[in-house]
Design a protein around this ligand. Structure first.
Ligand SMILES: NC(=O)c1ccc[n+]([C@@H]2O[C@H](COP(=O)([O-])OP(=O)(O)OC[C@H]3O[C@@H](n4cnc5c(N)ncnc54)[C@H](O)[C@@H]3O)[C@@H](O)[C@H]2O)c1
Ligand SMILES: [Zn+2]
Length: 365
């Protein structure tokens, strides 16, 4: 990840946890290292990490967080910070985030404030975290007003991605994370999207060559965009939000209880963004159809009724648009949408009127 003095390496390799000691030794730490995780992840990947670290004489000290979004709360954060301080973590120390995006987000945020900032390493264990959240330095917790509204930009010192950790991930989580993989093809790489059409199921089935290719291509795409626009000021990083304006509204409308996973909402959001682009004459209808066909083939939702948001529900004034107004990316009254001129040709469109979106959504089933 090229970011001047904040640059860092991203290691990707099958069974990479076995080499974690060798890699962490490069970060000048021996003895003991705090590993922030949750119990399920620790059951699945803790042993491999412990053995890997031991080869370099490093002992893992696990700190257990609640699972999922429960970790990304003020109380989760304060408990974590207290435990890190009790352990005597210093500014020059590295702490490890071992888990999904939730663990990575809260650990990164804690690392940004402990002793005014210490180092951290990402060891992502979900597909979503491996291809998206572990790279780029956005850290956050949720607040009463919404998701990810409190946080900091704080880049990790390194990212270690071991696809073999995905073997224990439930298939539904894997498919949801896959939506973010396909996203990179849709944003700027039509060739990669075509590869996804041919190899998506192999990624889910555990084909290691396919997983490595999917992860490496995704991470390279994300790193290139972040290198261009680290703090989302030029609009380029906003492209990563393809499918997310619709997606966040879908998540909000269906509750954050986990009925619709983030990646599922993003899949549906991308299908809607392409359909909307086609309706506006921006994108060939065939491309919009290909997007929906592939995502549906990957058993991801592509229509509102599949996630329980019926046309009737949208028409009664409930609807998705009010949820979009809460989108934190809203800048001065306008809501930028990521639309597309075709597969691999996403762009930021600030000319979209919300009543047009509302009318479009009413026509969806
Ligand atoms: N910082 C960013 O740039 C960024 C980007 C995208 C998403 N996010 C955040 O990421 C979070 C979602 O992350 P997620 O999808 O990884 O979900 P998650 O972190 O909530 O993890 C989902 C579940 O999977 C389990 N799990 C994790 N790894 C496992 C494994 N290898 N085997 C078995 N079970 C495992 C966990 O225990 C957890 O219950 C959201 O909070 C979102 O806001 C952040
Ligand atoms: Zn996402």
């Amino acid at each position: 990840m090229e970011l001047g003095e904040r640059s860092y390496p991203i290691f990707i390799g099958d069974r990479l946890l076995a080499a974690s000691g060798e890699i962490l030794a490069r970060f000048g730490r021996d003895g003991r290292i705090a590993v922030v995780t949750d119990e399920r992840v620790w059951d699945c990947a803790g042993a491999a990490l412990t053995v890997g670290l031991a080869t370099a004489g490093i002992e893992a000290h696990p700190i257990f967080m609640p699972r999922g979004e429960e970790a990304k709360t003020w109380s989760g954060l304060s408990g974590l910070v207290d435990q890190l301080l009790e352990l005597g973590v210093e500014r020059s120390d590295h702490i490890v985030a071992l888990g999904g995006g939730a663990i990575g987000d809260v650990t990164g945020f804690a690392a940004s404030i402990v002793k005014r900032g210490c180092f951290y390493l990402q060891i992502p264990t979900t597909l979503l975290a491996q291809v998206d959240s572990s790279v780029g330095g956005k850290t956050a917790i949720n607040s009463a007003a919404g998701k990810n509204l409190v946080g900091a930009f704080h880049q990790p010192a390194a990212v270690l991605i071991d696809p073999s950790t995905l073997d224990t991930l439930p298939e539904r989580e894997l498919r949801a994370g896959y939506a973010e993989v396909a996203k990179y093809g849709l944003i700027g790489d039509a060739g990669f999207f075509a590869w996804c059409e041919d190899h998506g199921e192999a990624v889910i089935a555990g084909d290691i060559a396919a997983r490595l290719h999917a992860i490496e291509t995704s991470v390279r795409a994300k790193a290139a965009i972040v290198a261009d626009d680290e703090r989302e000021t030029s609009g380029r990083r906003a492209l990563l939000n393809l499918g997310h304006t619709f997606g966040h509204a879908i998540e909000a409308a269906t509750g954050l209880s986990g009925r619709v996973l983030h990646g599922e909402a993003v899949a549906l959001g991308m299908a809607l963004a392409f359909r909307f682009s086609a309706e506006r004459g921006l994108c060939p209808p065939d491309d919009a159809r290909r997007v929906s066909d592939h995502l549906r083939g990957m058993r991801l939702p592509t229509s509102l009724c599949e996630v329980g948001l019926s046309e009737a529900g949208l028409a009664d004034g409930g609807g998705l648009v009010p949820h979009m107004l809460h989108d934190k990316k809203r800048a001065r009254g306008s809501l930028p949408f990521i639309l597309a001129h075709g597969i691999g040709k996403a762009f930021v469109d600030s000319s979209v009127e919300l009543h047009e979106v509302e009318a479009f959504l009413r026509r969806q089933d």
